[in-house]
Ligand binder design. Structure first.
Ligand SMILES: [Zn+2]
Length: 81
């Protein structure tokens, strides 16, 4: 997926928005009819919503998970020795 600047005058695809699109969300092999047009205002709103809705996993959780795995492996090793 990639975002490119819009070079044509098209409406933003967000419902209830009448702005002209500034960006096009597209990808290789996607034809014009299936692209998503987005105005700057909606792009900022989407950015704000996504940043609180899609939260990346914290590195701390990865470390804890790795430690638990190592611990479990050690316990298993001890049992079979
Ligand atoms: Zn919009």
């Amino acid at each position: 997926m990639k975002i490119v600047n819009s070079t044509t005058v098209v409406k933003c695809d967000i419902p209830n928005c009448r702005n002209t699109a500034n960006y096009i969300i597209t990808d290789d092999g996607i034809d014009e009819r299936n692209q998503f047009n987005l105005c700057a205002e909606c792009a900022m709103k989407l950015h704000d919503i996504l940043s609180v809705t899609v939260v990346p996993k914290s590195p701390e959780n990865f470390i804890k998970k790795a430690c638990k795995k190592k611990e479990a492996a050690t316990i298993r090793e001890n049992r079979y020795e």
